[in-house]
Design a protein around this ligand. Structure first.
Ligand code: ZN
Length: 384
């Protein structure tokens, strides 16, 4: 996939947000929107559901931890092959979408040039359309960062002129470092038609988000990876819907860290839960909240009010009844959770069509005020 043009369709002066058309050789798309994540594709596989995932973007996310770091690619045979096989399976299945890979690293892992090169090879060989360029070190100086991203982009294009390089910048950098690196990308806008950010808290790293907001008139596709589903705040807002406020075009969910099972147990035993609806969360378009079941009941009682392909106007009890049993007819919490996640993918993607409409009418501020889960971010524009 090659990006041909980033066409800004709407750029409201005050509050922010923007509507952009990313014209490319595979499938044009309009932002803001969210990508489908490979974890969501896994949930979809679990369900017996005909409705396809139609998001224009697919982000394949792999988690690298202290125990399973990126450097294993260089230290053990077979690791590269295993990842390549898994990524290829997804890029093949989502052949109609623009696929990209995001290596979700632990903050502690610093990549070497060799590590970064292997991550590029992995993506190029697995059929990804957009190739993520990981930063070699979060603290690299600007000249070093520029050499690294330019060399990586040249390498990617030498491998195939039909690949789109996407350099990544971590939003947890100090403002001076974040600005410096973002400026490097903007100064090389002929080389880069897109840039990726690694998500960090919008509350803590507001200065960096503000810098992106100030540059929302630039003709570059901005993407953020690693967005948590909800934050443990007083209101469980869906985090994916917040970055659009800062002019970020697309976003993708992070893989949650799952605590390891207790020693001696390989995986938790099946069907021991007394209540399979425990831990369920439901995305709500009306508020952009992702509520636990008891809270949902308090607000809406049995009413779901969603006509997505998963809910298809069922009420809450009917939804649980429909998705509680797996393909073998056994009570299955994972099956039920998969249904809630695919509802969330469909409903939240649809909701971005609504926010696009508000931006076009110069009303994103009103949209943020109306939605209880976004109203904390509904203040007027940043200082210029
Ligand atoms: Zn639904």
């Amino acid at each position: 996939m090659k990006i041909k043009k980033i066409r800004i369709l709407s750029l409201p002066e005050k509050f922010g947000g923007r509507v952009v058309e990313v014209q490319n050789t595979k499938r044009n798309f309009t932002t803001p929107t969210r990508s489908a994540a490979s974890t969501e594709a896994n949930y979809k596989d679990r369900l017996n559901l005909d409705a396809p995932i139609l998001n224009p973007l697919l982000e394949i996310v792999k988690l690298f931890t202290k125990k399973y770091p990126v450097k294993r690619f260089r230290e053990q045979n077979g690791v590269f092959y295993k990842y390549k096989r898994e990524i290829t399976a997804r890029t093949d299945a989502f052949e109609y979408a623009i696929s990209k890979f995001f290596p979700q690293l632990e903050q502690t892992e610093m990549l070497t040039i060799e590590d970064a090169k292997i991550v590029l090879d992995l993506q190029i060989e697995s059929g990804a359309d957009v190739v993520s360029i990981p930063d070699i070190t979060i603290n690299s100086d600007f000249a070093g960062f520029e050499r690294h991203v330019i060399a990586a982009a040249e390498y990617i294009r030498e491998c195939s002129p039909n690949l789109e390089p996407m350099p990544y910048i971590n939003l947890s950098l100090e403002p001076h470092d974040f600005k410096g690196k973002f400026d490097v990308i903007l100064a090389n806008i002929n080389t880069f038609s897109c840039v990726g950010f690694i998500h960090r808290s919008i509350d803590k790293y507001r200065a960096n988000y503000s810098y992106i907001w100030k540059h929302r008139d630039k003709e570059i596709w901005t993407h953020v990876s690693g967005v948590p589903r909800v934050f443990p705040t007083t209101f469980p807002s869906s985090q994916l819907h917040i970055p659009q406020r800062y002019g970020i075009d697309t976003c993708a969910l992070k893989i949650p860290r799952i605590p390891p099972p207790p020693t001696g147990e390989k995986s938790p035993p099946e069907c021991v839960l007394s209540d399979p609806t425990e831990y369920l969360r439901f995305f709500d378009r009306r508020t952009i909240g992702v509520f636990r079941l008891p809270d949902w009941h308090r607000r809406y009682s049995n009413n779901l009010s969603c006509n997505c392909a998963v809910c298809s106007d069922k009420n809450l009890n009917e939804f649980i009844e429909a998705y509680l049993y797996d393909k073998r007819g056994k009570v299955s919490q994972p099956h039920l959770i998969a249904a809630t996640k695919i509802h969330e993918l469909f409903a939240s993607t649809k909701e971005f069509e609504t926010s696009q409409r508000y931006i076009k009418e110069n009303n994103l501020g009103e949209y943020f005020t109306e939605k209880e889960g976004l109203s904390r971010y509904a203040k007027e524009a940043f200082e210029a």
